[in-house]
Design a protein around this ligand. Structure first.
Ligand code: NDP
Ligand code: GDR
Length: 347
């Protein structure tokens, strides 16, 4: 019998890579997408199968993690072996603008799915994965961060994810549900959302390089992150779900770079000559003709910042036999290659 999986958040970066992985592993994959006024399936269009096809293994359903009825009826109908909860308002800066919605989707969304597993009496059948985040560490208490590092979230997003983390632990301990938390550090890819800093940098610098854009405005260039590739990280999610006993795992590369370092890597990959001047909010970057191509703008600073994140993935390496295949240079190379390809296609 084929394993059945439901992915909440199928239209997102991770949802698309996870769907590809599970289909390769011969799962029957059910993706839950939100209704939206414009198409939101570009990342999964290549997986689409005609509804009239008989040997289908990829299905899309409308649903929303803020709607208990839609979640419960889908779970009851599909009775999946595995549920991956990747659905979230996932932008940290935006969570300061829409804190209540972020809490509803990111915190209570996880509770709704867990409660649906329980109320449909699927505790023994259905495994649950919660997409936790390094943002839960926030104002970091120890370096590097591992599964025992205390949480100190610094945004409505981080706070909501801490609730989701603990309610997942609670349902595991109260009802014996196989429920696990991934504590994933930043992971990127060519299909990363365009307002996250890596994609924003790659997109703008590729355009500046060919004269299609003049300047890139960024926020805090000194923030430090542990950046991996989404393709590696969805493998870790799946591996967590294959364990005999559920647990919580930090997934990270164990290497850290600043936003400015990331800009430098992209400029070098594009073979652009550049020079930095100033510091803090007055930092600027100039090209070989002395044109200012990067400036800081207060608009992109957050009310509170997470200054530094660095993960310690040793538990995952030992218990899941997981390690990242991509190094930061490979990630940058792939993102730049894809961006340039898209730019020439749109010409
Ligand atoms: P994305 O923002 O790319 O994807 C989020 C997905 O959730 C989209 O499919 C989105 O749909 C969907 N979604 C948002 N709100 C709802 C809702 N109310 N009901 C149903 N679906 C909803 O995020 P990523 O793929 O990057 O991340 C996946 C998960 O992992 C998220 O939960 C994120 O918080 C978490 N995470 C991500 C990390 C990263 O570095 N990428 C690191 C650690 C955790 P739509 O397309 O319609 O907007
Ligand atoms: P993050 O990712 O907040 O870590 O959350 P993001 O790429 O948005 O920011 C990383 C760092 O870069 C700084 N920064 C900017 N960020 C954005 N978006 N735009 C800018 O112009 C800019 N300039 C500087 C930020 O201040 C920050 O310090 C991501 C999301 O995927 C979450 O869902 C996930 O949980 C975490 O990663 C781990």
């Amino acid at each position: 019998m084929k394993k059945k999986a439901i992915i909440f958040g199928i239209t997102g970066q991770d949802g698309s890579y996870l769907a590809e992985l599970l289909l390769k592993k011969k799962y029957e994959v059910h993706g839950v997408k939100r209704r939206s006024s414009s198409l939101n399936t570009s990342r999964i269009d290549h997986l689409y199968q005609d509804p009239n096809e008989t040997k289908k293994n990829f299905y899309l359903h409308y649903g929303d993690v803020t709607d208990s009825f839609s979640i419960s009826s889908l779970i009851n109908k599909i009775r999946p072996d595995e549920i991956y909860n990747l659905a979230a308002q996932s932008h940290v800066a935006v969570s300061f603008e829409v804190p209540e919605y972020t809490a509803n989707a990111d915190a209570i969304g996880a509770l709704r799915i867990l409660e649906s597993i329980r109320s449909n009496k699927l505790e023994k059948k259905t495994k649950f994965y919660q997409a936790g985040t390094s943002e839960m560490f926030g104002k970091v208490q120890t370096v590097p961060q591992n599964e025992k590092t205390p949480f100190y979230p610094r945004s409505p997003y981080g706070v909501a994810k801490v609730y989701a983390h603990w309610v997942t632990v609670n349902y595991r301990e109260s009802y014996n549900i196989f429920a696990c938390n991934g504590i994933l550090f930043n992971h990127e890819s060519p299909v990363r959302g365009e307002t996250f800093v890596t994609k924003k940098i790659v997109n703008a610098l590729c355009k500046i390089n060919i004269g299609k854009q003049k300047k890139l405005y960024l926020g805090n260039l000194d923030a430090r992150r542990d950046w991996g590739h989404a393709k590696d990280y969805v493998i870790a999610m799946w591996k967590m779900m294959q364990k005999k006993i559920p647990g919580d795992y930090v997934i990270a590369t164990g290497k850290q770079y600043s936003v400015k370092d990331f800009v430098n890597l992209v400029l070098r990959e594009l073979k652009m000559k550049f020079k930095w001047k100033g510091n803090g909010i007055n930092t600027r970057c100039y090209d070989q003709n002395n044109n200012c191509i990067i400036e800081c703008s207060r608009k992109y600073f957050r009310p509170l910042e997470v200054d530094t994140l660095l993960g310690d993935p040793r538990k995952a390496k030992k218990e899941l036999k997981w390690k990242p295949n991509y190094k930061i240079n490979d990630l940058v190379k792939e993102m730049v290659y894809y961006e340039n390809l898209m730019l020439t296609k749109n010409d």
